[in-house]
Design a protein around this ligand. Structure first.
Ligand code: NDP
Length: 298
């Protein structure tokens, strides 16, 4: 959710009864501090910061989080041992994002409070093993003793219930909230999200950091590079710097990197975050009561 989830989206989700998350991977340290201050002013509910451990100035982000008493941190893309104890010593709840059973257990051993297990369907950075949410969640649930949050391919109330039926305690939803007025994504990217259909994204760049992208012109340039047996160095050079910003924030939908999950095929409207949260809950409750009807009695 880099370039998409700033204070307006995070506070809107928290105010609507979800847990809004600021995507700090694209924010310079002073930007994150400003966003945290604005988020606190916009909601008196808890919110969280997502902190990719690849982030170059991570110690400055950690300082901001502690200074402003952000209650919950979602760490990802790195070793959970590095920061968990430090954050927890300041009373912060730590949730770590993983894409496999092995890393879920490693994170549990590192002392995190909960796990997000994210399947192959998810947008943006993704696991190398391509384990789908349908398979990953029950496998992680079987082994884990701390709370499990399912992610990847969830964008409806029915999807929420399905994840919980598989053993999740909660769900994390990203892509659906890109198509909101509160998201900081560029209007061009929001339009791509609304227009995209099933099959319009693919996981690529496994040699660098696997990432699910919309199949735009930049994606086709990557495909050509693969056909020509490009080395990881050549792929890195083609990717360059700031592609994600160019696509998702500046709206260059031709040359930019457009990160979104497979659920994009079900997103066909931009609507306020609060409406989405309300719809998710209504659909979840309807699907739950449907499960208690005759259709499911054997
Ligand atoms: P690049 O190396 O291509 O570019 C860095 C981008 O991050 C630039 O656009 C830059 O903004 C911005 N930025 C923010 N803070 C800093 C900083 N302290 N130092 C350098 N650049 C900074 O990286 P990406 O855009 O691909 O990824 C950026 C971050 O987002 C990484 O931390 C990555 O791990 C995370 N990420 C997470 C994803 C997920 O699914 N969780 C998906 C993709 C990325 P500017 O152009 O204004 O200089």
């Amino acid at each position: 959710m880099i370039w998409c989830s700033g204070w307006e989206l995070a506070s809107a989700v928290s105010n609507a009864g979800g847990l809004g998350i600021l995507g700090s991977g694209s924010m310079y340290p002073e930007v994150l501090e400003d966003q945290v201050i604005k988020c606190k002013a916009a909601t008196d509910k808890p919110f969280a910061v997502n902190l990719p451990m690849l982030y170059p100035d991570i110690d400055k982000h950690i300082e901001t989080i502690i200074k402003h008493k952000v209650p919950i941190v979602f760490t990802s893309a790195g070793n959970p041992k590095t920061w968990t104890a430090h954050l927890k010593s300041h009373g912060i709840t730590v949730v770590h994002v993983v894409s496999s059973v092995k890393f879920a257990l490693k994170a549990q051993d590192a002392g995190v409070d909960a796990i997000v297990a994210e399947g192959f369907e998810a947008g943006g950075h993704n696991g190398r093993d391509e384990t789908t949410t349908l398979c990953l969640i029950p496998m992680v649930a079987k082994e884990l003793s701390i709370p499990l949050i399912a992610a990847g391919g969830i964008g409806t109330g029915r999807g929420m219930l399905a994840a919980m039926n598989l053993g999740a305690d909660a769900v994390q939803i990203g892509s659906r909230f890109v198509a909101t007025p509160e998201s900081s994504a560029h209007a061009n990217f929001k339009k791509v999200v609304v227009d995209s259909k099933e099959g319009d994204t693919l996981l690529t760049l496994k040699e660098l950091t696997p990432v699910r992208l919309v199949k735009n012109e930049f994606f086709h340039q990557l495909e050509k590079a693969y056909e020509n047996c490009a080395s990881p160095e050549e792929l890195t050079a083609l990717l360059g710097r700031g592609r994600a910003k160019k696509g998702m924030f500046e709206g260059d939908i031709v040359e930019g990197e457009l990160e979104i999950g497979q659920i994009v095929g079900l997103i066909d409207e931009i609507k306020p975050a609060a409406e989405i949260v309300a719809e998710l809950l209504t659909e979840f409750k309807a699907a739950l009561s449907e499960q208690q009807t005759e259709k499911y009695q054997f």
